[in-house]
Ligand binder design. Structure first.
Ligand code: MTE
Ligand code: MO
Length: 252
């Protein structure tokens, strides 16, 4: 909370959202094609009440809270962003998971007219991500609906995205339309696309190099020089316990 915020103009013009193009400036140019209102979320799998829920009901009656997080990206850059959202765990509790719910799977909207990047098979669409239940219930895991005190711009994942501040940027899936609670570990887009490079857990581990580059240092957007990357992106005190006993070189 005490670190200087990334300028909003950087956070909204330097993006990864491959459904809107693979260049960092493409999402800001193509975001006008996304119709983020009205929006609903399909809830399925191991829950007491599955269904298609309008976004307003999905979030209600929870007060929205504001949090400042560092969202870090695998390309070794980071930003400090004041997200607006609610803890994912509060939403999951309201859905009443069954005892078989061990993981949460998420999917992004599939619509090549609104997301023209889906006309090319850059990834296996729709974009998919997942969390283990204890990761999903951790109070740091946020369902974001806004940033910098406004609703989310399309390029940042309007109207609903995940923010997992201790993991690589790619875990924070944008423009979510489907949440499924399930017993098996979900397939994830980046793991399907490059299994040697991107594992399911995707924790920030500065001591383990990515197969093609070191991840010991990162550039905070706006800074000239790089800084050391911290284990779990600086949230080790809060989340390291989730992985006690796991070999994070194997479970990367
Ligand atoms: N649907 C979808 N979500 C996505 C992506 C994507 O391509 N498609 N890119 C991910 C990656 S790699 C990063 S680094 C973050 C970037 O979020 P930002 O543009 O808001 O900084 O979004 C993640 N969520
Ligand atoms: Mo990323």
């Amino acid at each position: 909370m005490d670190e200087p915020q990334t300028p909003e103009s950087d956070a909204t013009t330097y993006n990864n959202f491959y459904e809107m193009g693979t260049g960092k400036g493409d999402p800001a140019r193509n975001a006008h094609l996304l119709r983020s209102e009205p929006w609903s979320v399909t809830v399925e799998g191991e829950v007491a009440r599955p269904g298609v829920i309008p976004l307003e009901d999905f979030l209600r009656p929870h007060p929205l809270e504001e949090r400042i997080y560092r969202l870090r990206c695998v390309e070794a850059w980071s930003m400090v962003i004041p997200w607006v959202g609610i803890p994912l765990g509060d939403v999951i509790r309201r859905l009443e998971p069954t005892s078989k719910a061990k993981y949460v799977a998420f999917e992004t909207l599939l619509d090549p007219e609104q997301l023209p990047g889906q006309k090319r098979r850059v990834l296996d669409w729709p974009y998919r991500e997942g969390l283990r239940m204890d990761e999903a219930m951790n109070p740091l895991t946020l369902l974001a609906v806004g940033m910098y005190g406004r609703t989310l711009p399309g390029q940042n994942g309007a109207p609903l995205r995940l923010v997992v501040p201790w993991k690589y940027g790619f875990k924070s899936i944008k423009s979510i339309v489907r949440i499924r609670l399930q017993e098996e570990e979900p397939a994830t887009s980046w793991n399907l696309s490059a299994p040697r490079e991107y594992g399911f857990y995707a924790n920030v581990n500065p001591e383990v190099s990515h197969p093609r580059w070191s991840q010991a240092r990162e550039r905070r957007i706006g800074d000239w020089s790089k800084r050391p990357t911290l284990p779990f992106n600086g949230y080790a005190e809060q989340v390291a316990g989730l992985y006690a006993g796991m070999d994070l070189r194997r479970n990367f």
